[in-house]
Design a protein around this ligand. Structure first.
Ligand code: RP5
Length: 165
């Protein structure tokens, strides 16, 4: 199976990345995690992106906050799918990172998930790999079914509570 590359702009983004790594572990998908910044270590970020395909990666998650150029900078240097996670920082509620990540010019796409959306970034990577991996597709189906069952369990509890009023 291809690996998922995970890059964050700072170790202060780790809580968001943890949501992605937890999900990838649950789905038994191999990954590598790095701290590379589009601004502070641009050469390392570029080198990672340029060599990612030959190094066995199938998709890349890039998380950054503030002027969040990391996902775009990675996408500029690879044709692997890049999933951007805008991270919320002290100001602007993450809107700064959201717009910096999502508003890519035509030709260099970044699939942007919600602010701090680490779990969905991992799920999107899983869905990309599952196009060619029936076992992984099966694990995704099982997860969907389990998630749905949890919601229906909550429905039972809430519906019963209101029915008894
Ligand atoms: C971004 O700046 C990082 O991705 C992080 O979200 C934000 C703040 O970085 P630190 O100052 O905490 O290292 O590049």
């Amino acid at each position: 199976m291809k690996k998922i590359g995970i890059v964050m702009g700072s170790d202060s983004d780790l809580p968001v990345i943890k949501k992605a790594t937890d999900m990838l572990e649950t789905l038994e998908i191999p990954f590598e995690v790095h701290v590379y910044s589009a601004h502070r270590t641009p050469a390392e970020a570029r080198d990672f992106a340029v060599s990612a395909r030959k190094n066995g990666f199938g998709a890349i998650i890039a998380a950054a906050g503030m002027a969040a150029h990391l996902a775009g900078a990675i996408a500029a240097n690879t044709t692997l799918p890049v999933i951007g996670i805008p991270c919320k920082s002290a100001n602007f509620d993450g809107m700064d990172a959201l717009l910096s990540t999502v508003q890519m010019p035509t030709g260099i796409p970044v699939a942007t998930v919600a602010v701090n959306g680490g779990a969905n970034a991992a799920l999107l990577c899983a869905e990309i790999l599952a196009v060619e991996d029936a076992d992984l597709a099966g694990r995704l189906d099982e997860k969907r079914a389990a998630d749905a069952a949890k919601v229906l369990e909550k429905d039972k509890v809430i519906a019963a509570e209101y029915a008894s009023r």
